[in-house]
Design a protein around this ligand. Structure first.
Ligand code: CO
Length: 209
């Protein structure tokens, strides 16, 4: 008996459906990928990048981790950004968070979860940067929603501060960095209006000469 047979069955049905709509779809993709978008999102199973924006394989380059965090020294995330910007020449980087994020919820608590607590410290930092505004919210739900949004905004800034993005801008490459948030309970995306398209959008201290 094949292990996880239903997943292989699902895969065959999926590939057949796509081939029926476009017989050359997979052979065209096999030659190259030319996505215009890099998606940096949460690993949460309810927030699948392609499905949310109704895109097919080949259209969106994806990096996901717990709570869509862009850490200055995370070689995994930085490598994805570098490849997407320098080689694939994506035109848009989208940092997409979501409400009811388990990582953000855990970061607002004091209980111990193991190794991941060290990752969640980055979100506690975001809380620390905006503590007054978050603490002023009338209830826990609003605090959580606001931290989910502020975390996206901070990660957009972290993307913009990378040498990769700044060098792309310096060389005249067209590149916009966006911050979005997704609501799991209705499937709708919201633009947080922090789109940054050039070095003038980042603080002086972060700029490379
Ligand atoms: Co999440």
């Amino acid at each position: 008996m094949q292990i996880l047979k239903h997943l292989f069955d699902n895969n065959k049905n999926w590939a057949t459906k796509i081939k029926n709509a476009d017989p050359d779809f997979f052979s065209k993709l096999a030659n190259q990928q030319r996505p215009e978008y890099l998606w940096i999102g949460c690993a949460d199973s309810r927030v699948p990048a392609n499905e949310i924006v109704n895109m097919l394989p080949g259209e969106i380059f994806v990096h996901r981790n717990i709570a869509n965090v862009v850490v200055h020294t995370d070689l995994n995330c930085l490598s994805v950004i570098q490849y997407a910007v320098d080689v694939l020449k994506v035109k848009h980087i989208i940092v997409c968070g979501h409400y009811d994020c388990g990582g953000i919820t855990a970061a607002l608590e004091n209980s111990e979860h193991g190794l991941i607590d060290n990752w969640l410290r980055h979100i506690k930092d975001v809380y620390r940067f905006h503590q007054k505004e978050i603490d002023a919210q009338p209830d826990d739900k609003k605090k959580l929603d606001l931290l989910c949004e502020l975390n996206v905004i901070e990660q957009v800034a972290n993307v913009c501060h990378t040498t990769i993005v700044q060098n792309a801008w310096k060389s005249g490459q067209e590149l916009a960095v966006h911050g979005w948030i997704y609501r799991v309970s209705d499937g709708i995306l919201k633009d947080l209006n922090v789109c940054t398209t050039g070095i003038e959008g980042i603080p002086l201290i972060q700029r490379i000469a």
